[in-house]
Ligand binder design. Structure first.
Ligand code: WTA
Length: 629
């Protein structure tokens, strides 16, 4: 079996106004791609020189399959490029961050303001004993301090591990322990749909299982301020107030780790994806600038939380290196009403808007009248990320949000890739349903199990053939897992996605090839949900599959066998849902739980999820075996 299959492709296309091409940072995709292919090192060398380095690199790239080094021996600090170099330019007083709260409250930080906050907090972290190489866990709501905390770590060379504020205590504890974080930065509360999410309480519960944490920094937002435990907790504001205002950026080697970010694995525990300073900076700077075509006057809004890779690369590092104004907003896209996003676009004059298909489909469902109420004429570029942007959602986004004027950049990439890999560059013809072509800088293919390219119209595995600057360097404390990315299909990086190319080389992403489930754009490992279910007293065994859903892309369906003497019922399903929520957080809660007497297994006892999935979807399990590894 080769793992390939036939796919019927649509041919519709949209051509953007030629003015986009004329003024884009990459005005001619084909030429840029050829230039890259002719001499990849020269291509990246040229881009890297647009950043400020403390010391030059000896070689652009050193590739020792499966290990890459980029900008070898180069010295730099990513925050110098996000902050210092702007505050000595005309951007000094330009807004860097514009934050909106759920109630419409606003906070603005100029580049100079952000720079000062970062330096103070960086010194605050130093006073807690945090130094270069130490791991710091950040578990915060989407407030400016979340961004400040990340930058402060990077400034002093500490390795941040941001955990999304929607995760539960179990997921947080696991990530803290795996990274052996010395300090945790959190807040008393986050706000969601008008309610306070008690982050500090959740963190406290996690901290009963995390002996490595020495100090906890708490941002106190609520009134009256919560009391802190003087033995372990430190107030965020006090820490900054008492800190020295100047904190020069630590000199980092290009290959020093910048951060760890956990992503779901298809088996077992989440993987701590490790990114390094130099290559990540170059890759995210270049893609932020070129793929969104950010210009000096743009107002850039990526709706992701910095707790995900999209937030790391395209809320924080990429856009700040480019020196744009970044909008961030706490809350959800339909609270207090489904017009909040469009209201914000109108109010702030957002020009570039980057969101997820699941949000677009939700807006579609609420109806065209919501965006129609607002003036969206400032928008000039729309982006999408996280899961396939289906043609219907593309059309709606293009017409109802973009007014038929704005190029849509559907960006395919991963926590592991750190930066965009596939998209349709601004100005090129867009094909609904297709993400596009590899960006100049990436070598991508669709192949069979042996790594042979498959013809157009034939589905196969999406791979990246050559290393790229922002690629993951390893999986934290699990280098073997890292190697499997490069060893599953000979000679290439296996993304784990299925894809198909058309005759012009446009790539359509078809979904995951493994046990990861992309729910509302967030990848969830079946194994993690299953083990959360099994940790409940009533459950003997559990198997989890992704079930297609018109809104969320997929939802989680769990098949559960119960312990002897336990009988199922609605009460139990609600209880199991609560149990998973508490441990992993709301994103991982099964939408459906079905109680079964037995789970289908291989002779060696491995649960055959694909059989359950085939049954659920009413298709032949044989069809699925070609789709899943
Ligand atoms: C999926 C998010 C289709 C894909 C940046 C990938 C996409 C996984 C797209 C990575 C897209 C991301 N079209 N699928 N434009 N972007 N994906 O690590 O399955 O959270 O492997 O990174 O999301 O998810 P992650």
């Amino acid at each position: 079996m080769t793992g390939t299959f036939a796919v019927k492709l649509e041919e519709k296309r949209y051509l953007p106004d030629p003015r986009f091409k004329a003024t884009a940072w990459t005005p001619d995709y084909t030429r840029a791609y050829q230039e890259f292919m002719r001499d990849p090192d020269a291509f990246w060398d040229r881009i890297a020189r647009e950043l400020v380095w403390f010391g030059p690199w000896d070689r652009v790239r050193e590739w020792n399959h499966p290990y890459a080094k980029w900008f070898v021996n180069g010295k730099m600090n990513i925050t110098y490029n996000c902050l210092d170099r702007h505050v000595t330019s005309e951007r000094k007083d330009k807004p860097a961050l514009v934050w909106r709260g759920e109630g419409g409250e606003e906070r603005r930080l100029t580049y100079d303001g952000l720079y000062r906050e970062v330096m103070r907090f960086a010194n605050g972290l130093k006073s807690l004993g945090v130094g270069k190489g130490d791991r710091v866990c950040i578990y915060m709501p989407l407030v400016p301090e979340q961004v400040v905390a990340m930058l402060a770590c990077a400034r002093i060379g500490a390795v941040h591990s941001v955990v999304f504020g929607g995760f539960g205590a179990g997921a947080l504890a696991m990530r803290i322990n795996d990274a052996e974080a010395k300090v945790l930065i959190t807040a008393d509360v986050g706000y969601r749909r008008g309610k306070a999410v008690p982050l500090r309480e959740i963190a406290k519960e996690a901290l009963t299982h995390t002996p490595c944490v020495e100090k906890v920094v708490v941002l106190r937002r609520g009134t009256p301020a919560v009391d802190l435990d003087p033995a372990r907790e430190v107030d965020y504001a006090d820490l900054c107030r008492e800190a020295d205002p100047d904190c020069p950026a630590e000199t980092m080697d290009a290959e020093d780790p910048l951060f760890i970010l956990y992503t779901s694995g298809s088996t077992g525990a989440p993987k701590g994806i490790v990114h390094s300073c130099g290559g990540y900076a170059v890759g995210t700077y270049y893609t932020a600038r070129h793929d969104f075509d950010i210009k000096e006057a743009d107002i850039f809004w990526c709706t992701a939380d910095p707790g995900w890779i999209t937030g790391h690369s395209y809320v924080v590092y990429g856009p700040l290196m480019v020196g744009t104004t970044v909008v961030i907003a706490e809350g959800t896209p339909d609270y207090p009403d489904p017009g909040v996003y469009w209201h914000l676009v109108q109010d702030l004059g957002v020009t570039i808007f980057y969101t997820a298909p699941t949000a677009i489909r939700m807006f579609m469902r609420y109806g065209d009248e919501w965006p129609a109420k607002y003036d969206l004429s400032t928008l000039r570029v729309l982006g999408s990320v996280g899961e396939p942007l289906n043609p219907e959602a593309f059309e709606w986004y293009y017409h109802h949000i973009g007014g038929g004027r704005c190029p849509v950049v559907d960006t395919w990439w991963q926590t592991e890739t750190g930066m965009h890999i596939i998209t349709t560059m601004i100005g090129e013809a867009m094909k609904p349903g297709f993400a596009g072509k590899p960006i100049p800088g990436a070598v991508v293919d669709v192949v069979d199990r042996q790594g042979n390219p498959v013809p157009p119209g034939t589905g196969g595995f999406l791979v990246i053939r050559e290393p790229w600057p922002a690629m993951l360097r390893t999986v934290y404390r699990n280098d073997e897992r890292y190697r499997t990315y490069w060893e599953t299909i000979p000679g290439c990086y296996t993304a784990g996605d299925l894809a198909v190319k058309d005759k012009e080389g446009y790539i359509m992403i078809l979904g995951r090839a493994d046990d990861l489930i992309i729910v509302a754009g967030h990848n969830i490992g079946t194994a993690e949900v299953e083990s959360a279910l099994v940790s409940h007293d009533a459950v003997a065994e559990a198997a989890v599959i992704g079930k297609p859903d018109p809104l969320k892309g997929n939802v989680i369906k769990a098949f559960v066998t119960l312990r002897v003497g336990v009988s199922p019922g609605d009460g139990l399903s609600a209880e199991l849902a609560r149990h998973v929520r508490k441990s992993l957080g709301p994103v991982a809660v099964p939408a459906e739980i079905e109680y079964v007497d037995r789970l289908p297994k291989t002779r060696s006892g491995k649960i055959m999820r694909r059989v359950l999935k085939a049954r659920e979807l009413g298709i032949d399990p044989g069809d699925i075996s070609t789709l899943e590894e």
